[in-house]
Design a protein around this ligand. Structure first.
Ligand SMILES: [Fe+2]
Ligand SMILES: [Fe+2]
Ligand SMILES: [Fe+2]
Length: 423
């Protein structure tokens, strides 16, 4: 979320730094603060592909259908957080981060001390971080203006304990500005309190699945794309007789090759008509953006080449660097052909065998121009079962954008994590 362009830039990390600070001031333990930190970063994960652009506008001006979609994001984030090993305990915080003290928040309409304390801290940090940033309809708010907003919102949006803690920090000049480097530093530090030493969750297949689902959720038309590319890429590697290390790079690389799409505004990705030059700039940046994220994660650094070069073309007309021929790393060449095949066969709602022959013909036609000859030859020789296996991968689930039940229904369950204690 921190990599998003425009008004969302660094929002999650800002919220995390602030909520951790408020948590410290309120006497939360290191472990609790660490949970709060991760919950803050992950709380809006459910917004990906849902209503991201809504963040650029004041809530009061959003059309009702967009508002309804926005209201779904805490539950969507919660579902994703529950899938992440060791982070499940944060689910209640994520679920209730839009609960308001007076009960008018969502999704369960919890009120007052029913709201987990961690979620209360997240709520105020979220609001403050947003107010501190510029929006199309207003400049960033000054500290004095923020104090005014918070004071007016005690008893409605915020409880007095959390609000007073924040106000004391702010009046004492103890709230530092946001810095990416200190965020990264804190991230590594708090990870120690949440993750057991022996765990490297970022290399696990489970997490690859979670992140690839998140990437694919960004563009609902192509659900399951990343995993299908991964399946095909491993099969091509097998066909070429590549070793296990290359295969595992292609598997993980396939899952994450479009990571940078998380930073592309939804309005650009979902646009039906022709893209403007400015919009194209966003698309062209996704390989580099993805590579830059991967470069910073030691266990995933080896996937950088896949992300960076999967849109290069054999004849040098691709992006971002215009590499040509054998200068394009093999793993990127393989990913490119699988990526294009899946794009060709996914574009239609009735994805089935009917489009397969046409896509294969296109791969053959573009061999030596868009695709490396050796790689496209291997691709064209893949057995039918491989394509069946890739076709069997469907979007994780279809989103319900409208619901019959009221948004502000009373809670059906309460959280159980330590931070979910009310107070
Ligand atoms: Fe949110
Ligand atoms: Fe891509
Ligand atoms: Fe792709």
């Amino acid at each position: 979320m921190g990599s998003a362009k425009g008004y969302l830039r660094d929002h999650g990390p800002m919220v995390a730094m602030l909520s951790t600070q408020i948590g410290k001031e309120m006497g939360l333990s290191k472990a609790e603060r660490s949970e709060l930190f991760f919950a803050s970063v992950l709380a809006d994960m459910g917004m990906v592909g849902l209503a991201e652009d809504a963040w650029e506008n004041p809530v009061s001006e959003l059309p009702p259908d967009v508002r309804a979609r926005v209201a779904l994001h805490p539950e969507r984030s919660e579902e994703r957080v529950k899938q992440i090993p060791h982070l499940e305990v944060m689910a209640p915080l994520v679920r209730h981060h839009h609960a308001w003290w007076d009960g008018s928040g969502y999704p369960d309409g919890l009120a007052g001390s029913e709201i987990p304390i961690g979620a209360q801290i997240l709520r105020i940090s979220d609001t403050v971080a947003a107010l501190r940033q510029q929006r199309p309809h207003r400049p960033p708010l000054s500290s004095e203006e923020i104090i005014e907003v918070i004071e007016q919102s005690v008893g409605t949006e915020f409880g007095s304990e959390v609000a007073n803690t924040y106000l004391a920090l702010l009046r004492g000049g103890d709230v530092p500005g946001y810095e990416l480097s200190s965020f990264r530093h804190t991230l590594l530090r708090v990870a120690q309190h949440v993750l057991p030493d022996e765990v490297s969750p970022l290399s696990s297949d489970q997490l690859l699945g979670i992140v690839s689902n998140l990437i694919d959720a960004k563009d609902p038309c192509t659900g399951g794309h990343s995993r299908r590319v991964a399946v095909l890429a491993v099969a091509v590697a097998e066909q070429l007789g590549l070793d296990d290390r290359m295969k595992s790079t292609l598997w993980a690389g396939g899952c994450l090759h479009d990571l940078g799409k998380l930073a592309v505004p939804l309005r650009v990705l979902a646009k039906k008509g022709k893209l403007t030059e400015e919009e194209f700039t966003y698309i062209r940046a996704h390989p580099t953006d993805g590579a830059e994220i991967l470069e910073n994660i030691p266990t995933l650094r080896h996937l950088t080449t896949v992300a960076r070069y999967h849109h290069e073309r054999w004849d040098g007309s691709g992006y971002p660097e215009g590499l040509s021929g054998g200068r394009i790393p093999m793993v990127a060449q393989i990913t490119a052909v699988c990526d294009s095949y899946d794009a060709m066969t996914s574009r239609r709602a009735y994805r089935d065998a009917r489009v397969h022959p046409a896509a294969m013909a296109e791969v053959a036609r573009c061999s030596g121009a868009q695709f490396g000859p050796k790689v496209s030859e291997a691709f064209l020789a893949l057995p039918e079962e491989t394509f069946e296996a890739s076709r069997a991968i469907k979007p994780e689930r279809t989103e319900r954008y409208s619901r019959n039940e009221p948004f502000f229904q009373k809670p059906s369950h309460r959280g159980s994590g330590r931070l979910s204690r009310s107070g």
